[in-house]
Design a protein around this ligand. Structure first.
Ligand SMILES: CC(C)(COP(=O)(O)OP(=O)(O)OC[C@H]1O[C@@H](n2cnc3c(N)ncnc32)[C@H](O)[C@@H]1OP(=O)(O)O)[C@@H](O)C(=O)NCCC(=O)NCCSC(=O)CCCC(=O)O
Length: 332
């Protein structure tokens, strides 16, 4: 398969061959941020080894729900599992259940069990533990590279390139310059700007306001890790993709329902399939859709495309949604 990744010469020392260096001060600022090593690599996915097959992870960003971000727990579980396999195998899939809410005030322990080492495949089971109890159980399977003539993939949807689109932050700044933005909405948007999510997003069809009509439960956005990671460590890019894949994914299921908000929602499980090499610090198109929702649950499926059209990762997740009608008089 074609591989359009930047070489280390162009990416490690210069901040990569990213296209925002057009001479204007805002772009230079963005470029400076891109030069910094991603916090995902320097801290979030940098687990401390406590004992054989036992690791400790800490947090960087905690969602407004005050429960740990699911993508962080999955990403860290995959880091722990990947430490127990050699460099000649790559994760091809993982399957997780979120069984308890994560407590953001304490670290998470990751205990790895070696389930089987086969000739081609190796399977690991990881338990993420807090307060002596599992918060996540994860099975991850690794595979040697075994090329085969059996090859196909869907075609990437046609969308504008990331260079033609604004980031979520830029869209919020733009929106806040409008007159008559309700105070509650202004507060909400300023809170979003203060969020230190280590992910950058460029929506293909930005929602102009929070008051939106019901639509087809499908959305597309460009996404990448904030900061620089560089080429070379495919295991690490898979762990970063696991982190990224859970962000802004589950709410796809809510798009079909207008005039309701989720008073409680959480992901129940998360599965991923890794198909080929990619860079998680380069823009990837995340195509998210929800084929079904009912009975307080919704299913979402996602595909992450490299910008050269290669399907890199597939994901799926089911979540629980407890919804209530929005009172539009008090609505943001
Ligand atoms: C999924 C649950 C909650 C299931 O546990 P449970 O004891 O069976 O909980 P539950 O009974 O469903 O209660 C949960 C909540 O739902 C309420 N509830 C229960 N039944 C009803 C009803 N009929 N009507 C209205 N509300 C109902 C309950 O009162 C609970 O609410 P509460 O927590 O008390 O406010 C649990 O296993 C859990 O917390 N697992 C961890 C889930 C998690 O933390 N996932 C990862 C984080 S979510 C994420 O990262 C998504 C991405 C977010 C993003 O895009 O920013």
């Amino acid at each position: 398969m074609a591989d359009t990744r930047a070489t280390d010469e162009t990416s490690d020392n210069t901040g990569g061959n990213h296209s925002s260096g057009d001479g204007n001060p805002e772009s230079r600022e963005v470029e400076k941020i891109r030069d910094l090593k991603s916090v995902l690599v320097t801290s979030v996915l940098n687990l401390e080894e406590l004992d054989v097959n036992l690791y400790r992870g800490t947090h960087h960003w905690v969602p407004r729900s005050r429960r740990l971000f699911g993508g962080q727990i999955v990403g860290q579980a995959l880091v722990a599992a990947a430490k127990s396999v050699g460099d000649d195998v790559y994760v091809h899939s993982l399957h997780c259940y979120f069984v308890r809410a994560g407590d953001p005030t304490v670290a998470v322990l990751y205990q790895v069990d070696h389930i089987r080492d086969g000739r081609s495949f190796m399977v690991r089971s990881v338990r993420a533990i807090q307060h002596g109890q599992p918060i996540l159980i994860c099975q991850a399977s690794f595979h040697k590279l075994q090329p085969s003539p059996l090859q196909h993939q869907f075609t990437m949807p046609m969308v504008p390139p990331p260079e033609d689109l604004l980031t979520e932050e830029q869209l919020i700044h733009l929106y806040l310059t409008k007159p008559n933005v309700p105070e509650k909405l202004r507060q909400f948007l300023n809170q979003r700007l203060a969020n230190e999510v280590p992910i950058e997003i460029k929506p293909i069809q930005p929602q102009p306001s929070l008051r939106r009509p019901a639509t087809e439960p499908r959305k597309l956005f460009w996404v990448r890790a904030q900061g620089h990671i560089g080429e070379g460590n495919m295991k690490l890019h898979c762990c970063v993709a696991a982190y990224i894949s859970d962000y802004a994914f589950l709410d796809t299921a809510m798009l079909s329902l207008a005039d309701y908000k989720a008073k409680f929602f959480a992901s129940l499980d998360h599965s991923m399939w890794f198909h080929t090499t990619f860079r998680s610090d380069e823009w990837m198109l995340y195509e998210c859709e929800s084929p079904w929702a009912a009975n307080s649950r919704g299913l979402v499926q996602g595909r992450m495309w490299r910008r050269d059209g290669v399907l890199a990762v597939s994901c799926s997740q089911e979540g629980v949604f407890r919804v209530q009608p929005v009172n539009h008089r008090n609505k943001l």
